[in-house]
Write a protein that binds this ligand. Structure first.
Ligand code: GDP
Length: 200
């Protein structure tokens, strides 16, 4: 399940422009600052790989990275920039929704959710939209090393609250994994999970 080779393939501005080789892919998605770059770096163990379009208002691209010549990690634009204009947010959703709804090669979305804070509306909304549209999803909770938040709230408590908020939009509860880019928690579990889904 380990990652031996990573190659950047292309940036696409529309779902239509994405690679057409049909190799299975996992799309990594989350709020800005959720820890996406850190997580991708942890997975591939290479510092130079995570290339994300972080700036609001910048052209938003779907970045395909080919792993071990056989599957893709897809870096999607982050959402929920506090400062983004209404139109930038609308662009994000039209663009990214087009990808989710039209991408046959998509094995699972990896939705990153920060476990060190209580559930955020924008993450809940995103999870609920994916659930209602039957997009396969895995919740990847980040920053689980932060054992206690400011009010003594543990990551487990935030995760439980999050599950409660999204439950009614899923027929079956999606798989979920606790991770930390600081301690490496969940790294091997996530790699194994992705390899099992690819072979399914
Ligand atoms: P991105 O905007 O989603 O790509 O987020 P980054 O990977 O750049 O991380 C945002 C901030 O969260 C940085 O200050 C990271 O050091 C911090 N961070 C990311 N992952 C973790 C984690 O697992 N644990 C802790 N404690 N901090 C993290």
């Amino acid at each position: 399940a380990q990652i031996k080779e990573v190659a950047f393939v292309k940036s696409s501005s529309r779902a239509k422009d994405c690679p057409v080789d049909g190799l299975p892919e996992f799309a990594v998605l989350g709020r800005s600052n959720v820890g996406k770059s850190s997580l991708i770096n942890t997975l591939v163990k290479k510092k130079e790989v995570a290339l994300t379009s972080k700036k609001p208002g910048k052209t938003q691209l779907i970045n395909h990275f080919l792993i071990n010549k056989s599957w893709y990690i897809v870096d999607l634009p982050g959402y929920g920039f506090a400062k983004a204009s209404e139109s930038a947010r609308t662009d994000w959703s039209a663009f990214t929704k087009g990808y989710f709804l039209n991408r046959d090669a998509l094995v699972s979305v990896l939705l990153l959710v920060d476990a060190s804070v209580p559930p955020q509306k924008i993450d809940v909304d995103c999870a609920n939209w994916l659930g209602r549209n039957n997009i396969p999803i895995t919740f990847v909770f980040t920053k689980c090393d932060k054992m206690k938040g400011r009010k003594g709230v543990r990551p487990e408590d935030n995760i439980r609250s999050f599950h409660e908020l999204i439950r009614q939009n899923y027929k079956q509860h999606p798989p979920w994994i606790m991770t930390s880019s600081v301690t490496g928690l969940g790294r091997d579990q996530l790699l194994l999970h992705m390899s099992q889904l690819r072979n399914y």
